[in-house]
Design a protein around this ligand. Structure first.
Ligand code: NAP
Ligand code: FE
Length: 364
């Protein structure tokens, strides 16, 4: 068997009202919290109110930064971190989808290193950071259990993972926050979770434990296929989507995401395609390309698809596809060929022509 390491130190609390029931968790992290969230959803789905109630019961002061946009930019992170420094926050609570959860991690680093510019997030090497708590309200990114944070870097015309890595100290998973999730966001984020499970399983950095986690996540995802197509979600399905998402995060925490994620960032940046949809557009081409076709077969069998075309047809029913021009394909190809770390997630050499073909074959 291949050597592997596995590390995922986040304490997970799963269940109805888990934030309120475990208010003591916040007490161990400091006396003042900054809540990082998006503009509206956390106020509407009850998550922010639960956190405020838990903080008040634990006599912890807090303030709210609720200006996180989708695919957050480094400029927003700078503003949030400046506020956290001004308010002398001891720890950071991210509430929302991947955008606020990733932002919370980035703010935790910047607020602890106030003399550093935002570019420092992209410099290799570890550094001190504030503790982080994550509360997901979308079931997709798994950011509550990953060490990654993805930010939009306008100067580079794409999204990039920050080099600084941290896991949340605690993650609270309460399905009641998902009841308000619109069908479109539910589908896009579920597809993101599925792509984490698939990419973790096919990634060159996989290992026994990430495989076990990914296989179980795909089994759970299979039960959600029909509700996703129908656009109707009962509580049990919502719970399954949440678990599939968290398992997807745990799987990529050992391995990492692969080509569909890296390719998809261009579609999100240039064509504003939601993150999950952007990954979905490239999933078939990627699965057809990797040498581990036995593992591709296993994925299809667990998920109940006959072929990668069958899987692609399912994804196309759930998420939007976009068209890109020849010039765009060439630009994306040249850019991605520079990201050696991502190319290394596939176990064979990828030529420029291979990459070009994968973009070309995924064009709609
Ligand atoms: P998101 O950008 O966080 O949120 C999408 C939309 O959903 C927002 O409009 C948000 O509204 C809304 N929303 C969130 N929860 C809701 C709820 N319960 N009810 C109704 N609306 C709700 O979407 P996401 O797909 O979860 O996150 C995408 C980001 O995560 C991307 O930047 C992606 O690159 C990153 N990502 C990170 C990892 C990782 O490992 N760290 C992995 C994959 C993806 P508000 O703005 O009002 O909150
Ligand atoms: Fe993702």
């Amino acid at each position: 068997m291949k050597d592997f390491n596995y590390f995922m130190p986040t304490k997970i609390y799963f269940g109805r009202d888990c934030v309120i029931k475990n208010a003591d968790v916040f007490k161990q992290l400091g006396k003042k919290a900054v809540i990082i969230t998006g503009r509206t959803s956390a106020k509407n789905n009850g998550s922010q109110a639960d956190v405020v109630r838990a903080l008040e019961s634990a006599q912890i002061n807090y303030f709210v930064f609720d200006q996180i946009e989708e695919n957050p930019s480094v400029n927003t992170i700078e503003k949030a971190a400046a506020k956290a420094v001004e308010e002398k926050a001891d720890f950071v609570i991210g509430i929302g989808g991947g955008s606020p959860m990733d932002s919370a991690k980035a703010v935790a680093f910047l607020a602890c290193n106030p003399d550093k510019p935002v570019e420092f997030l992209f410099e290799k090497g570890q550094s001190p950071h504030l503790p982080v708590v994550e509360i997901p309200t979308t079931a997709g990114t798994g950011s509550e259990v990953t060490q990654y944070a993805i930010l939009t870097v306008p100067e580079k015309k794409t999204k990039m993972g920050i080099a600084k890595r941290t896991f949340a100290d605690a993650a609270f998973l309460d399905v009641k926050y998902f009841e308000s999730l619109p069908v479109g966001v539910t589908r896009n984020t579920a597809v993101d979770a599925l792509t984490h499970l698939i990419e973790a399983y096919l990634c060159s950095e996989n290992g026994f434990l990430s495989d076990v986690i990914a296989e179980r996540g795909m089994e759970i995802f299979k039960d959600c296929k029909y509700p996703l197509l129908k656009g109707e979600f009962d509580t049990e399905t919502r719970e399954k989507l949440l678990l599939a998402s968290t398992l997807g995060g745990m799987a990529i925490a050992q391995s990492q995401t692969s080509l569909p994620h890296a390719m998809g960032y261009y579609l999100t940046f240039f064509k504003e395609l939601p993150h999950g949809a952007a990954n979905a557009q490239f999933t078939k081409a990627y699965m057809d390309f990797v040498p581990e076709q036995d593992r591709v077969e296993k994925i299809l069998s667990i998920l109940g698809f006959e072929s990668t075309a069958d899987l692609d047809g399912f994804l196309e029913k759930l998420t939007k596809r976009v068209h890109f021009t020849e010039n765009e394909i060439n630009y994306y190809t040249d850019e991605i060929m520079k990201i050696k770390g991502k190319l290394a997630t596939v176990t064979k050499e990828i030529t420029r022509q291979d990459m070009y073909n994968m973009f070309k074959d995924s064009n709609k």
